[in-house]
Write a protein that binds this ligand. Structure first.
Ligand code: AMP
Length: 297
């Protein structure tokens, strides 16, 4: 089946409503485009588990706390269309802030004050701290995308760990859709795929796998029995300190009990999370330290 491409959220809403009326289950993948293998994996999984797959591409200004990052964010609509079609997508759509939020858009080109949603507990600390306002922007657009597509299932990648928490909370509060969390897709040397990676210089590209290597080394400590939060965090920080990357945070949290700062004492389950800058490119990654934890591979 060939891919339908629309640049109108209103038309996308109509198309999705038609699918639901026809009794077809709908899988949804939200992206900012410049797609790579990880996006393709989400679309393929959605295609295996649903009758139709709808994919959005929107570089959402509401979630960029850094205007240079928004300006430099890669865009590739033609490439996105090809990849989504090959992966089994049915509809690819995009829009603008004005067309996603026709009633809430203001004359200054933003949203009326007070419209941004509260992203909840998952937004506390780490990404929430280093990117003020980011998760309110994420929650607001994801909510609008869910209203537009009303999917049966929505697929998100565990690479954006706190985003998964925020989206799960949102879906739980709305009562739908089912949120499916998908494993991190990596390069052979361990670097987590990201649209931003194409902006790495060769030297920074060479340095970047230090993040996943540090996370894997930490998992060895966990497997050897280390459970103390302060020890785990200091090991992670120490292994990253030898790399040329500029670390923003290197943290360990309980995935079942999200907290802004580290919990005291020991953990029974843990996720390690890192954000670091390679030149002007910001990289994030994480790893569930329990091998039985699944998901984040
Ligand atoms: P983005 O276009 O960066 O907003 O990402 C769209 C979706 O793809 C989000 O659910 C991301 O978490 C997911 N994603 C991006 N990179 C990866 C990756 N390397 N592994 C797994 N999921 C990813």
């Amino acid at each position: 089946m060939s891919l339908l491409c629309l640049n109108s959220p209103a038309e996308a809403r109509e198309w999705c409503a038609g699918e639901r009326r026809a009794g077809r289950s709908l899988g949804f993948v939200a992206t900012m485009g410049a797609m790579h293998r990880a996006h393709v994996a989400l679309v393929e999984q959605a295609a295996r588990e649903n009758d139709s797959v709808v994919v959005s591409v929107f570089v959402n200004p509401l979630q960029f706390n850094d205007p240079r990052d928004l300006e430099n964010y890669p865009r590739d609509w033609e490439g996105d269309c090809q990849q989504v079609e090959q992966a089994g997508g049915s509809l690819l759509f995009t829009g603008t802030l004005a067309t996603f939020f026709p009633a809430e858009f203001d004359a200054e080109g933003g949203l009326k004050p007070g419209y941004l949603l509260d992203p909840g507990v998952g937004a506390m600390g780490l990404e929430g701290e280093f990117r003020p306002g980011h998760f309110a922007g994420v929650a607001t657009i994801v909510d609008r995308l869910f209203q537009t597509t009303m999917p049966s299932r929505a697929y998100f990648g565990l690479k954006d760990y706190q985003q998964c928490l925020v989206v799960q909370d949102l879906a739980r509060a709305r009562g739908n859709p089912e949120v499916v969390l998908c494993p991190i897709v990596r390069e052979q040397d361990g670097l987590a795929l990201s649209s931003r990676n194409q902006r790495l210089t060769p030297a920074w590209r060479e340095a970047a796998p230090a993040i996943s290597q540090a996370l894997l080394a930490l998992r060895e400590q966990w497997r050897a029995g280390e459970r103390r939060v302060n020890k785990l965090e200091s090991t992670l920080a120490a292994s990253l300190s030898v790399s040329p990357l500029e670390v923003e945070y290197a943290a360990v949290r309980d995935p079942e009990q999200w907290s802004a700062g580290p919990l005291k004492g020991s953990l029974e389950q843990a996720v390690a999370l890192v954000a670091a800058r390679a030149g002007d490119v910001r990289l994030i990654d994480n790893l569930l330290l329990d091998s039985a934890g699944g998901g984040s591979s």
